[in-house]
Design a protein around this ligand. Structure first.
Ligand code: HEC
Length: 131
């Protein structure tokens, strides 16, 4: 008998929950996939956490909007520092960098080339989330 009292409300509540659940978990899934990819491709040399230590490359937290070659606890190569002087990281520059790092900054100590635009986009999505 008791469940008749609640039954009329149940469908609406369920739909609401499903709606929120779908959006939230789809985004979380996307980001989890993106994080996995970035970790696989970049974490040997970079940390992503706020204030994380430099590795072979500089920490990448808050990269977008930051001046290139500006991490004070990392010593950039001369080639990189020269090529990137005055530039500020945005999505387009990051996409170009991941497509061909040496093409963007010849002589840079980072040698990386990702030919798959979908993979680059995922890595960019993850880095964008680090604010
Ligand atoms: C084998 C090591 C290595 C890997 C792997 C690597 N990097 Fe780097 N990265 C470096 C080094 C070294 C530098 C510094 C370049 C220089 O000084 O010439 C750098 C610099 C950078 C910069 C410039 C940051 C700044 O402060 O101007 C970005 C952005 C970057 N890497 C992103 C990535 C991303 C994203 C990945 C993964 C897709 C990645 N790197 C993979 C070694 C690496």
């Amino acid at each position: 008998m008791t469940h008749f009292t609640f039954f009329p409300r149940a469908p609406a509540l369920l739909m609401l929950a499903a709606g929120f659940g779908l959006t939230g978990s789809a985004l979380a899934d996307d980001l989890a996939v993106a994080q996995k990819l970035a970790t696989k491709h970049c974490a040997v040399c970079h940390t992503f956490d706020k204030g994380g230590p430099p590795g072979q490359g500089p920490n990448l937290f808050g990269l977008l909007g930051r001046k290139a070659a500006s991490e004070s606890n990392f010593t950039y190569s001369d080639g990189y520092a020269k090529a990137m002087s005055g530039k500020v990281w945005d999505e387009q520059m990051l996409d170009a960098w991941l497509t061909d790092a040496q093409g963007v900054a010849p002589g840079s100590a980072m040698v990386y080339s990702q030919g798959d635009p979908a993979k680059r986009q995922k890595i960019i999505t993850y880095i964008k989330s680090l604010q």
